[in-house]
Design a protein. Structure first.
Length: 69
């Protein structure tokens, strides 16, 4: 890891892993991807405040559209 070229390759590999990971279906999330699970949670509007809950549901719907989900 002292070699800058090796360090750069490892950093790029790990960055790619995390970029892909958010889209992977995970058994721990009931077969959802992390991005789907977060959006589902937001859509459910777990807030006790009805205005915030509705704004989160709308935002989650828009995020799903933007992500093509």
């Amino acid at each position: 890891m002292q070699n800058p070229g090796v360090r750069k390759q490892v950093e790029e590999m790990l960055a790619g892993h995390w970029e892909d990971w958010v889209h992977e279906k995970l058994p721990a999330l009931g077969g959802l991807s992390p991005e789907e699970a977060l959006l589902l949670d937001a859509k459910r509007g777990r807030s006790r405040d009805s205005l915030t809950a509705e704004a989160n549901r709308k935002g989650a719907r828009r995020a799903r559209e933007l992500l093509g989900l």
